[in-house]
Design a protein around this ligand. Sequence first.
Ligand code: ADP
Length: 580
Amino acid sequence: MLRKGTSQISFLLAYYRPHTTKIIVALLFMLPSSGISLLFPMLTGGLIDGILKADNPSNLYTVGALFLGLLLVQAAVGYAISITLATITENVIAALRLDLFSHIVRTPLSYLSQKRVGDLTSRLSSDLALIQETFSFSVLQILRQSVFLIGSVVIIVMTSVELTIPILLVTPIIVLIALTIGKKIRKLSTKTQDALAVTSTIVEESLQSVAAVKSFVRELYESARYGEALKENVRLAIKGAKLRALFVTFIIFTVFGGIAAVILYGANLVSVGAITMGELLSFLMYAMFVGGALGSFAELFGQVQKTLGAAVRVSEIMETPTEGLNDAISSPPLVIHNIELRDLYFEYPDREDQQVLQGISLEIPRGARVAFVGQSGAGKSTTASIIQRLYEPTKGEILYNNQPGSDFTLQQIRSAIAIVPQDVVLFGGTIADNILYGNPAATMEMVKEAARNANAYDFIQEFPEGFETLVGERGTKLSGGQRQRIAIARAVLKNPSVLILDEATSSLDAESEGLIQDALQKLMINRTAVIIAHRLSTVRTADLIIVFEKGKIVESGTHKDLIAISGGRYQHWCDLQFLT
Ligand code: ADP
């Protein structure tokens, strides 16, 4: 894991490479700047000894002025270093985020459909935030604390070996105990957070379906459920508070106890003249540096571990092969005349035991209307996705214009095909933006013309802001029929040679239905169309009907041909449609 993590870190470091000089300069400044901090205890000791002796007050002023000057220099340098590193890290993380996102949208659907969207977004947000925090803050801390630790140990050993040994023995034990309690507190606070999440879920659920709560007269029940969850929350919170109190008490006790012990022992040494008062004071301060550095190292070590984990998760995405899209090379547009599938086999990568397609062979002639029918789950949509090369078949071949699919780029094939899905999801943005998605280079006139062809113009004009109406998750809500007409307008603008239509199964109102059918009929003129059909009316007029069953084609032909097969699948299906 660590070796793997190390190579992932080097992948991250590649992003820092353009900023190498700046980073080196910042770090070079950091070493003396932290070194200056190490002088403070010594100077304080010197000041105290000076005051106690008070033989030469002007020396005292010099030391005081030096002290102040160093403080100022250190503050300025520290500020500049922090800002420089933070600026670099912000830019690096933004570049990484962009690359990661660009990579994710280019990975094949077979990869994306296996990953939960939440998982990918959390890699983009939390994992990168962790990396950001580590690089802009923790790395600096590690370096600073190393200087403190090494410097302080060297100085206290040099000041008094008698005082050093007990401190070096006791400090790590205290730090260890403090860290153990700290870890427990963290765990408990996660649990408390979870318990709190449970209580808010109850509030959310019951308020969202408050009508149901009322109509079932379940107010008391919901209150009781909430009360139970709160009890657990309180129990955990009190347990946490006790631990925290213990922690604080322990720290106060050991820190003050330790200081008192060192002072007692040290005062003894002062009284016999082994060390001066100032030395004792600076000694105490160095000892605190050592304790602080040890404490923060344990924290930082945890952070580095987490960062390595995050780096692994991020680079996993980067190592996933992308589809062969190449934005830089624009391939000439393709007009697909005919499509042929030869003995296609396919299974989804996350369900390899299920053969979704088992030897699909079919020909889609130029300009034909081909209807795919069959039970849900029979493989119709999967076949349509493979035609768009959204998935690669595990076996078999797909030909466009009698040439193997590999002769064309993915851009060429996908640009030549437009899909009008059953459930249209609009992007956040205006209606015009959503239609332009079909062809970003189109003019506003073309957008309006497309909307007219899609029978969408009138309803769009009825919105006060017309084509500029915001839609999507945060915008105006459109009905299913309206969204579908926008998708049709988008397809009109794309001007493809092949159309894939997924007929709506849910019933639209009669008027929408008529408008959509009309728009689709217009759209299909002079184009090849594959229709995943649910309606007899569509199927009856199709040039070719393909009947799917469990990943195989069981019948194909025209309505007339198929209806004549007695006891056939199609005939059975038609009977069912008449009945319903
Ligand atoms: P149809 O369009 O005929 O209803 P599909 O092609 O959508 O059928 O589905 C065929 C089979 O593949 C079904 O069993 C379905 O559960 C499965 N399937 C569809 N999409 C996926 C996917 N993204 N991942 C895994 N299995 C899928």
